[in-house]
Write a protein that binds this ligand. Structure first.
Ligand SMILES: *[C@@H]1O[C@H](CO)[C@@H](O)[C@H](O)[C@H]1NC(C)=O
Ligand SMILES: *[C@@H]1O[C@H](CO)[C@@H](O)[C@H](O)[C@H]1NC(C)=O
Length: 366
């Protein structure tokens, strides 16, 4: 809640000042009337003028302050509008486990750079495959917990034959702390650090996936100089250009476009960051998304700096359930296959496409 206490203190001090000016200008007003009544003349008229403008200024300043304090409260409310770890109810105490979905898993607790303990599920392929399989790092949206994404993980696990690291942000599920923009970015880096600390995972094929808010987290991770070399490719789904843009869409207040960025506590400025992307990137856009306008995905795709980028439009895809549409996993498989072919083409001119095909030709959506 940083920022609120000093702000309210400033507001209080300003209010007290204004009250004083108000009182004094009122006094001056009365004196003026008396002077004018008794003596008349230009001197009293001038004084009267100053007193009246003083009153007017006071009034305007009070109004402005009132609005500012309202915005100050809004600034604080932004967190609770954006981060919804309590929805649906019990999300902070009950996190479904992968074994319910017949997925083998390890429950991981790791410490972030700023000392917060976050939880993750590591869902590994069978022993003979887990070393060679790619690993998807999954960043979920702004509500619920990682356990609510397990059905989607079943599909990824079986269709793409990948390991999955499901990340629980701080303040979500059983992870410690409370969510914030910087905090979520820090959690993302902790997830990659964790993967790199494990020797039983192929570090050269780490796929970063983010849906909705998770997309903004994934993009931030993929442009960090110290992490870009650790990520093989990026997949974002139904994510937004920025939080200020989303505020305009959700609130529909035209006045918002005149608000400076510092008004927003959480910014998630993906539309700026995508320009710095250099790794292969897939944008999955559900065209039936009524929360995040699909034009935002198109804008992100257009601004993306990577030469290997692809946008996948899924006409029936809604905000949360685009992954349930037929063809979803197959399209991801094709994207990954292309990433492989190209990385092979770069490092080794003998194109071993036959071995590649065998891995992802039998993708059937579940
Ligand atoms: C890891 O992936 C790379 C790229 O596909 C591959 O060349 C390498 O052999 C893999 N390592 C292991 C241990 O399978
Ligand atoms: C999407 O999922 C979130 C969290 O599970 C929920 O709060 C939201 O209402 C869902 N939106 C739609 C359009 O289903």
């Amino acid at each position: 809640m940083g920022g609120y206490v000093p702000f309210s203190r400033i507001t209080a001090v300003l209010f007290r000042m204004i009250l004083k000016v108000w009182a004094y200008s009122g006094l001056v007003l009365i004196v003026c009337f008396l002077l004018y009544y008794m003596y008349g003349g230009i001197f009293a008229v001038l004084l009267l003028f100053f007193a009246v403008t003083g009153k007017l200024c006071c009034y305007m300043m009070t109004q402005t302050l009132y609005k500012m304090s309202f915005l100050g409260i809004l600034y604080q409310v932004q967190d609770s509008l954006l981060f919804n770890p309590e929805l649906p109810s019990h999300s902070r105490v009950y996190v479904p486990i992968p074994s319910t979905f017949n997925l083998p898993y390890e429950s991981i607790v790791t410490k972030t750079a700023d000392g917060i303990q976050i939880n993750m599920y590591l869902i590994l392929q069978q022993k003979d495959r887990q070393h060679t399989a790619p690993t998807i790092v999954f960043f979920h949206g702004n509500a619920g917990n990682m356990g609510h994404r397990l059905q989607n993980c079943v599909g990824l696990y079986h269709n793409l034959q990948c390991n999955i690291l499901l990340v629980e942000y701080r303040g979500y599920g059983l992870s410690e702390g409370s969510p914030s923009e910087e905090g979520l970015y820090t959690d993302a880096r902790a997830a990659i650090d964790y993967l790199y600390a494990r020797s039983d995972i192929n570090h050269s094929e780490v796929i970063v996936f983010g849906r909705s808010l998770g997309g903004a987290v994934a993009i931030d991770l993929a442009i960090r100089p110290e992490y870009v070399g650790k990520v093989w490719c990026l997949i974002v789904e139904n994510t937004f250009t920025s939080i200020p843009d989303m505020a305009k869409v959700l609130l529909g207040w035209r006045i918002l476009q005149y608000f400076p960025l510092f008004f927003y506590k959480n910014k998630f400025l993906s539309y700026q960051k995508v320009k710095q992307l250099r790794i292969p990137t897939l944008f999955i856009s559900g065209l039936a998304d009524i929360l995040v306008p699909p034009r935002m995905m198109l804008e992100l795709y257009n601004r993306c700096g990577s030469i290997r980028k692809q946008i996948l439009h899924i006409p029936a895809g809604t905000h949360n359930e685009t992954w349930q549409i037929q063809g979803y996993y197959h399209s991801i498989a094709v994207f990954l296959q292309n990433c492989r072919l190209k990385s092979f083409a770069e490092s080794d001119k003998r194109c071993e496409s036959d071995t590649l095909k065998s891995m992802w030709t039998n993708v059937q959506d579940v």
